[in-house]
Design a protein around this ligand. Structure first.
Ligand SMILES: O=P(O)(O)OC[C@H]1O[C@H](OP(=O)(O)OP(=O)(O)O)[C@H](O)[C@@H]1O
Length: 388
């Protein structure tokens, strides 16, 4: 028995992590001696409507689908999509029927978090933006949240175990608990002890809102750490926030007045794209949590679109195997496979699995995905990237 209520990797890989009706579907098809050759597509919206989302979760999807006698095409991680398929599976239906539940879960949740992270990224393109939201979600999915944030181009994340999985180091300095453990009035002592205790390569970022006025605690940090102080973080609780922008500008003023123009200001706590736009010109960086980790999953569905070579679909969905294209002007186009696409269209679906093997050229590199997302966001004008 598992110690935690967590569905483990084996259950996911074996297809036990499925909805019961797929088990009944398998039983019925086997009973009837049917196992049609199908093409199925993963799609959110049927037609483009100008509302782009960021595709993520494809590495785990590949891990799930590998080893089955199927061919799969997918958009690379970090591609922006707007209508039409993001993934296509071709094979005998019973090869993958029971994987639908986990497949959609992987893609939907990661793409939801990645899209929200891209909203944050686009809202403050020149600021440092860190993912702080693992605390809001089940720990088993922390690496998914942090990977999605990095795919969207965030500069870092807080979760240590996620970092070990992703091969990247988590960042972070101090919580309020550290200041409280030292006791009211002992903030300077806490800052000094932190400076003495942690590795030199950890930036000295003092959290300055625990007991007193932000400017007062910032000046205590300056006095305690002197030139070692890299930045201050203001996480002013919402009930005391008032005009946060004014507080930040006042802190900046007092730092500058004492010759500490090089000390950066970071802010965190309940921030989303609107707050990032509002504050981006007066701070160096942001910690963004719930906006990313609590994002709604993308509403992906897996639909059969061809049975034994013939177009098929339930009503409301589009039958036939499709291609999706990005045009030079940032347009997103959906058309039938084998028909001419836009003359300047670049096909977005790439081979992911052939005869059950993951195609070696398919790219799961996080940094490459982030570059792709950045370029694609620019191309399609996601979230008004350069909006003032
Ligand atoms: O609000 P979100 O965008 O989801 O950000 C996540 C958290 O990051 C900050 O925690 P901090 O470490 O400063 O708080 P604590 O020390 O009080 O736990 C902030 O207070 C949020 O609770």
């Amino acid at each position: 028995m598992s110690d935690f209520d967590i569905v483990g990797p084996e259950a996911i890989r074996d297809g036990v992590a499925t909805d019961a009706y797929f088990e009944r579907t398998e039983a019925t098809l086997r009973h009837a001696g049917k196992n049609p050759r199908v093409v199925a597509e993963v799609t959110a919206d049927q037609f483009p409507d100008g509302d782009f989302e960021l595709f993520a979760g494809v590495k785990d999807a590949a891990e799930l689908l590998a080893g089955r006698d199927i061919d799969v095409d997918a958009m690379p991680e970090g591609t922006l999509f707007d209508g039409g398929p993001v993934m296509r599976i071709e094979g005998d239906y019973l090869e993958f029927a029971r994987l639908e539940t986990s497949l959609l879960g992987f893609l939907s949740h990661a793409s939801g978090c990645a899209t929200a992270a891209l909203e944050a990224r686009s809202a403050a393109p020149d600021s440092t933006v860190l993912s702080f939201g693992a605390r809001h979600v089940h720990p088993a999915i922390a690496a998914m949240v942090e990977r999605s944030a990095l795919v969207a181009g965030l500069d870092g994340f807080s979760h240590v175990a996620a970092g070990e999985i992703l091969g990247k180091e988590a960042s972070g300095t101090m919580p309020h608990a550290l200041l409280i453990a030292f006791g009211r009035g002992n903030q300077a002592e806490a800052f000094r002890a932190f400076d003495e205790a942690v590795d030199e390569d950890v930036p000295r970022v003092a959290l300055c809102d625990t007991y007193g006025d932000e400017t007062e605690e910032v000046l205590q940090a300056v006095e305690a750490l002197g030139d070692d102080l890299d930045s201050v973080r203001l996480d002013t609780t919402s009930s005391r926030r008032g005009d946060f922008r004014h507080i930040v500008r006042e802190v900046r003023w007092e730092l500058d007045a004492r010759g500490h123009e090089d000390v950066g200001i970071f802010v965190s706590g309940g921030l989303g794209p609107a707050e990032l736009r509002h504050l981006r010109d007066v701070v160096e960086g942001f910690g963004v949590g719930g906006h990313i980790s609590n994002a709604d999953p993308v509403d992906f569905a897996l639909d059969i679109v061809e049975v034994n070579g013939e177009p098929a679909a339930k009503r409301g969905k589009l039958s036939g195997v499709k291609e999706v294209y990005r045009t030079a002007d940032g347009g997103h186009h959906v058309g039938l496979r084998g028909r001419p696409g836009p003359t300047d269209g670049e096909s977005l679906l790439e081979p992911l699995i052939r005869d059950g093997e993951v195609v070696s050229e398919f790219d799961f590199d996080i940094d490459a995905a982030a570059t792709r997302a950045s370029e694609d966001a620019e191309s399609v004008g996601f979230g008004g990237v350069s909006e003032e």
